[in-house]
Design a binder for this molecule. Structure first.
Ligand SMILES: [Zn+2]
Length: 257
C-alpha cells in the first residue's frame, strides 16, 4: 500500500488535482463574468450555496406553499364547470399562487411565461413531475402541453407549457405530444378577463392536430403553467374527448387562490 505522500504524488492523482483546481478557477471566473442569481429575489448565488434548484434559492423556495389536494382542486374545478361541462377527471397542481401578493412564486411564473426563462419552466416541470410520481398519477399515453397559437410562439419564441411538460417527462418517462391538439385562434391574454369572458374567449380556440389519430381511446395529462378558472384546460380536455380520448386529467405548476 502506498503512503499518503506517494498517493498524492501519483501522476493520475496530481492530474486530477490540477483538473479540479482549473475547474474551480473557471467556475470562479464564470461567477464573476456571468453571475447566476435567483429568479425570484435576484440575489447572486455563491458557488458553494445549496439551492432549491438551478434557478431558485432555498430561502425563496421555502416561501412557496403547496397547492390543495387533488380532491380539493377537483371540487373547485367543478364549481366552475358543473355536470357535463366538466371534461376533466383529475386535477393536480404543485403550488398555491396568491396573485394579490408579489410573491417569489409569482415572479417565477411571470418569468417563465413572458421573459424567456424556458429552462426555469423545465425545472418547475420537474418538480411537478416529482409530485405526480409521488401521487401515482403516471398512467398516461402522453403529456399534452396546452398549445399556444403559432403567431404567439413566434412572438415569444417558445411555449412555456411545452417546457413544463419536458420537465415532467424527465420524471414520469411519459412522452410529450405536441401535435394532438392545436390552437386555431390567436386569443387575447386571459389574465384580465372575467370568468364569463374567459370561457367566451377560449371556446372553439382548439382543434385536433396532425397526430389526432393517436387520440382515440387514449388517456392524457394536459399541462399548463397556471390554473385559474380552468377554462383553457377544460377546453383542451373537451377537444381531446371530442376526438375519442378515454380520459383527460390536468396538471399545472400553480393554482391561483
Ligand atoms: Zn431567492
Amino acid at each position: 500500500m502506498m503512503n499518503t505522500t506517494a498517493q498524492q504524488n501519483h501522476p493520475k492523482r496530481r492530474l486530477a488535482a490540477i483538473r479540479s483546481m482549473v475547474q474551480s478557477l473557471a467556475q470562479s471566473w464564470l461567477d464573476i463574468v456571468s453571475p447566476e442569481c435567483c429568479v425570484a429575489c435576484y440575489r447572486v448565488f455563491r458557488s458553494s450555496e445549496q439551492r432549491a434548484n438551478n434557478y431558485l434559492c432555498q430561502t425563496c423556495s421555502d416561501t412557496f406553499i403547496a397547492a390543495p389536494s387533488p380532491d380539493e382542486l377537483k371540487n373547485d374545478f367543478i364549481e366552475h364547470f358543473p355536470g357535463d361541462l366538466c371534461a376533466v377527471t383529475n386535477v393536480y397542481s404543485r403550488y398555491a399562487l396568491e396573485i394579490q401578493h408579489d410573491s417569489g412564486l409569482l415572479q417565477v411564473i411571470h418569468k417563465l411565461k413572458y421573459e424567456g426563462f424556458y429552462r426555469v419552466a423545465e425545472e418547475m416541470g420537474y418538480e411537478l413531475g416529482t409530485l405526480l410520481d409521488y401521487l401515482g398519477a403516471v398512467g398516461y399515453d402522453a403529456l399534452v402541453p396546452v398549445p399556444i397559437h403559432n403567431a404567439r410562439k413566434r412572438e415569444r419564441g417558445y411555449n412555456q407549457a411545452e417546457h413544463i411538460a419536458i420537465g415532467v417527462e424527465r420524471v414520469v418517462k411519459i412522452p410529450v405530444a405536441k401535435s394532438l391538439v392545436v390552437r386555431t385562434r390567436y386569443t387575447s391574454t386571459q389574465t384580465k378577463l372575467s370568468k364569463e369572458e374567459r370561457i367566451k374567449n377560449i371556446t372553439d380556440a382548439f382543434t385536433s392536430g396532425k397526430d389526432a389519430h393517436r387520440i382515440t381511446n387514449g388517456v392524457f395529462l394536459v399541462i399548463d403553467d397556471v390554473l385559474t378558472t380552468g377554462s383553457t384546460l377544460n377546453t383542451v380536455a373537451q377537444c381531446l374527448l371530442d376526438y375519442g380520448a378515454r380520459r383527460v386529467d390536468v396538471a399545472t405548476i400553480a393554482k391561483t387562490t
